[in-house]
Design a protein around this ligand. Structure first.
Ligand SMILES: NC(=O)c1ccc[n+]([C@@H]2O[C@H](COP(=O)([O-])OP(=O)(O)OC[C@H]3O[C@@H](n4cnc5c(N)ncnc54)[C@H](O)[C@@H]3O)[C@@H](O)[C@H]2O)c1
Ligand SMILES: [Zn+2]
Ligand SMILES: [Zn+2]
Length: 371
């Protein structure tokens, strides 16, 4: 490899400050250090968590930064101590690491590895003399990135990167929230709030788990048709009703749903989702991302037998599960193509962000480097 061991100068979309368009810059990406892997990003998608970081979580410590965490690429070079990955491997970077050694990795009950948030790692990115923060350790809005080997999933070389990149976040997050976290049961009734890629994947998970009724809830009526593609049986727009949405769902289901999933990232909707569950056994899962506000609910909601829980990345241990999800896609057991509404080149990244901001896409896949 001509570039191994050398600094690579390449294009990256830099977020210099919150609430501003990303700027395409030439950046320097340092060689991988011990236990690190440098990846040529072939494709990246945009997830709402990138928008959250740019527009909502505007703490200055987070900037300047290179966002992006839903991507696929090819290993360019590896640092000392890396044996599992080699140049040329097809990989998906992981925003939540799996060290395979800590007590959490050894437990089948969680994906919350002690090293989960490698975003704290030293950055390998510089631009115009400044260090750029590596967002959640991945920073895939760049032609090259450096990731700890604990946060890399090696996938089937037959996998089309421009599709399976979505398994790096949104699809696994929603699907796993239904099958791993909620543990949706056959014959049950479910409600999914928010029908972006995460919510639609949750709908798909509910269907695959055998739910008989799946009520898709969104304030954007354009999401209705897409929800049916993934298995939704009903669509409800809260804006069409004067009653609270929890009451609307209770009326439709003789008292409330068995499982609800919040895929919006809004503490008010989290409460609605909990209150939409039936007394006795209803389970509500928080999937939407926010760390800016507390949520609230009446204690009686839980005392009456409801369970409130949440998950990150659908509870999946990424190094083990992402390759399996890629295989499930290749075996036509999970849908991926249907989530992609737009394809663009990397230099249109701000257009992709605008589309998501205005609810005009499910996922936009950006081609970053030739394969
Ligand atoms: N837990 C995790 O690991 C994880 C991973 C990825 C994304 N997320 C979060 O999941 C959420 C969804 O991500 P996405 O990429 O699918 O986003 P998206 O923007 O594509 O979809 C969000 C959907 O929610 C709908 N919505 C907004 N307000 C609503 C309301 N009051 N009631 C019902 N629907 C409403 C929007 O119309 C939109 O269709 C975000 O908060 C994101 O940060 C969490
Ligand atoms: Zn994401
Ligand atoms: Zn671990």
């Amino acid at each position: 490899m001509a570039t191994a061991g050398k600094v690579i100068k390449c294009k990256a979309a830099v977020a210099w400050e919150p609430n501003k368009p990303l700027v395409m810059e030439e950046v320097e990406v340092a060689p991988p250090q011990a236990n690190e892997v440098r990846i040529k990003i072939v494709v990246t998608a945009v997830c709402h968590t990138d928008l959250y970081q740019l527009f909502d979580n505007t703490h200055e410590d987070g900037f300047p930064t290179v966002l992006g965490h839903e991507a696929a690429g090819i290993v360019e070079s590896v640092g000392p101590g890396v044996t599992e990955y080699q140049p040329g491997d097809k990989v998906i970077p992981l925003f939540i690491a799996q060290c395979r050694e800590c007590r959490f990795c050894k437990s089948p009950r969680t994906n919350q590895c002690e090293k989960a948030w490698l975003g704290q790692q030293d950055s390998r990115f510089t631009c115009k003399g400044k260090t750029l923060v590596q967002f959640v350790g991945t920073s895939t809005f760049s032609e090259y990135t450096v990731v700890n080997q604990m946060a890399v999933a090696k996938i089937d070389p037959a996998a089309p990167l421009d599709k399976v990149c979505l398994l790096g976040c949104g699809i696994c997050t929603g699907y796993g929230a239904a099958v791993n976290t909620a543990k949706v049961e056959p014959g049950s009734t479910c409600a999914v709030f928010g029908l972006g890629a995460v919510g639609l994947a949750a709908v798909m998970g509910c269907k695959d788990a055998g739910a008989k009724r799946i009520i898709a809830v969104d304030i954007n009526p354009e999401k209705s048709e897409k929800a049916k593609v993934f298995g939704a049986t009903d669509f409800v727009n809260p804006k069409d009703h004067s009653k609270p949405i929890s009451q609307v769902l209770a009326d439709m289901t003789d008292g409330g749903v068995d499982f609800s999933l919040e895929c919006v990232g809004n503490v008010g909707v989290m409460r609605n989702a909990l209150e939409s569950c039936v007394v006795g056994w209803g389970v509500s899962v928080i999937v939407g991302w926010t760390d800016l506000e507390d949520f609230s609910a009446r204690p009686l909601q839980l005392m009456a037998g409801r369970t409130w829980k949440g998950s990150v990345f659908g509870g999946y241990k990424g190094r083990d599960s992402v390759p399996q999800m890629v295989k499930a896609y290749l075996d036509k057991k999970v849908k991926v193509d249907e989530f992609i509404t737009h394809n663009m080149t990397f230099d249109h990244i701000n257009d992709a962000i605008e589309l998501m901001k205005h609810g005009k896409c499910i996922r936009t896949v950006l081609s970053v480097s030739p394969q």
